[in-house]
Design a protein around this ligand. Structure first.
Ligand code: NAD
Length: 420
């Protein structure tokens, strides 16, 4: 392999990475089935794929599946702090050029995205839309090669829909995030568990009795609130959308405006996909010792420049914990530099849930190739058949069977004639 094609922290970490990738694969039975079929059918034969994803053990299993399907895959990180360096090294050894180093600065981050684009992708796989945005704005001469792409997360789908509305999206992209077998499980149970895991690993706090403010009650917020409650925390939800606020209230949480929550919270977790959810005004009224964490896609949910401006000093008191001493004497603790805390301080989502997300990814990439030339430059939903297939296979792998409609029930459920 051309050495210039990859950039990882330390290749000697590869053997540790391999073992962890293997361990994750045990919890990814659906992807394993797809991988076995891909190995015989080779649906991606010779297709160049540039994938911008969190470089984790689960992503490695996806990349190996695509390679088994015949694809020529290169990887780069979708966040500067989410790379697992041992996995990146192992991927290089598996023959998948990877450009990702945990803690890379923004210049390196975009250099890595550009290296992935140098691959002249025919398919793009993105998580947050930084690769697709770079392709559309700075490397648009490469778009002529692209058949289509997929997008993994809510924030990426929002950006792509905006690009589509502006009439600037140049090729079809499937919104994998919007599959039911993705966001109902990955965003809710994956983000729920791993966000709590990240904060616990970073701080070793006891959750019981703490006032935890969950900002945003979307799919991820549902999961984070549920798991914090399960650990004995008093959960407060803040929202801007009335139906979701009402749902949070009836799910048993306190709901209040952020300014009120800011005064009482011990731990704040932003998970909105929005910016400046924790603004300067809010930082000014928080209790001494408050902990701030973000699990939304970008590091813009907490106004970090405002926090810097209020502080007279800052020190790293533990890995992933920065103590800000404010001019008024209070201390605020920012976790993971305001980046996705579940990936910065823990390992991201457990493999079992990524099994479904990445099964959708693999099947949607196959779908893109099979439908080459038939799709327009739009953001597409995951085909229902793929979504259902992933659910069926996951149930089967868990040894769970369900009922089947009788012909009589099928007829009844599609007719209007019968009433009481
Ligand atoms: N950490 C991870 O591993 C991970 C995994 C999946 C998704 N994400 C990211 O998490 C974010 C949320 O994803 P989701 O699927 O839950 O989205 P979602 O659209 O279902 O929910 C977001 C919620 O935030 C609310 N909101 C927006 N602005 C707000 C504000 N200022 N104050 C309070 N609430 C506000 C919205 O009304 C909405 O209910 C996105 O950035 C997504 O990309 C992260």
């Amino acid at each position: 392999m051309n050495k210039k094609q990859y950039d990882v922290k330390d290749l000697s970490l590869a053997s540790a990475g391999r073992k962890r990738i293997e361990w994750a694969s045990r919890e990814m039975p659906v992807l394993k089935l797809i991988r076995q079929r891909f190995a015989t059918e080779r649906p991606l034969e010779g297709i160049r794929i540039s994938a911008c994803l969190h470089i984790t053990t689960e992503t490695a299993n996806l990349a190996l599946t695509l390679k088994e399907g015949g694809a020529d895959v290169v990887l780069c990180a979708s966040n500067p702090l989410s790379t697992q360096d041992d996995v990146a090294a192992a991927l290089v050894e598996y023959g998948i050029p990877t450009n990702a180093i945990k803690g890379e600065d923004e210049v390196t981050y975009y250099k890595h995205i550009n290296t992935a684009l140098d691959h002249k992708p025919q398919l793009t796989v993105d998580d947050g839309a930084d690769l697709v945005t770079t392709l559309h704005t700075k490397r648009s001469e490469l778009i002529k090669n692209v058949i289509g792409g997929t997008e993994e997360t809510t924030t990426g789908v929002i950006r792509l829909r905006s690009l589509e509305r502006a009439d600037k999206l140049r090729y079809p992209i499937v919104a994998v995030n919007d599959a039911q077998t993705k966001h109902l499980f990955d965003n809710r149970y994956g983000t729920g568990q791993s966000t709590i895991d990240g904060i616990t690993r970073a701080t070793n706090i006891l959750w019981a009795g703490k006032k935890v403010v969950v900002c945003g009650y979307g799919w991820c917020g549902h999961g984070v609130a549920l798991r914090a409650k399960g650990l004995g925390a008093q959960v407060i939800v803040t929202e801007v959308e009335p139906v979701r606020a009402l749902e949070a209230l009836m799910d048993g949480y306190q709901v209040m405006p952020m300014l009120e929550a800011a005064r009482v919270g011990d731990i704040f977790i932003t998970i909105t996909g929005d910016k400046n959810v924790i603004s300067k005004t809010l930082l000014q009224v928080m209790k001494d010792g408050a902990i701030l964490a973000n699990s939304g896609h970008f590091n813009v949910e907490i106004d970090i420049p405002a926090l810097e401006s209020l502080a007279k000093s800052k020190r790293r008191i533990r890995p992933f914990v920065d103590e800000y001493t404010l001019k008024d004497g209070r201390h605020l603790y920012l976790l993971g530099e305001g980046r996705l805390i579940n990936l910065a301080a823990a390992e991201g989502h457990p493999a079992s849930v990524m099994d479904m997300s990445f099964a959708n990814q693999a099947l949607c990439l196959e779908y893109m190739v099979r439908n080459q030339g038939k799709l327009e430059a739009k953001v597409y939903a995951v085909p229902e058949e793929i979504d259902k297939q992933v659910a069926r296979l996951k149930l089967k792998s868990m040894g769970v069977e369900i009922d089947i409609l009788t012909p009589e029930q099928e007829q009844y459920l599609t007719s209007w004639e019968e009433g009481t």
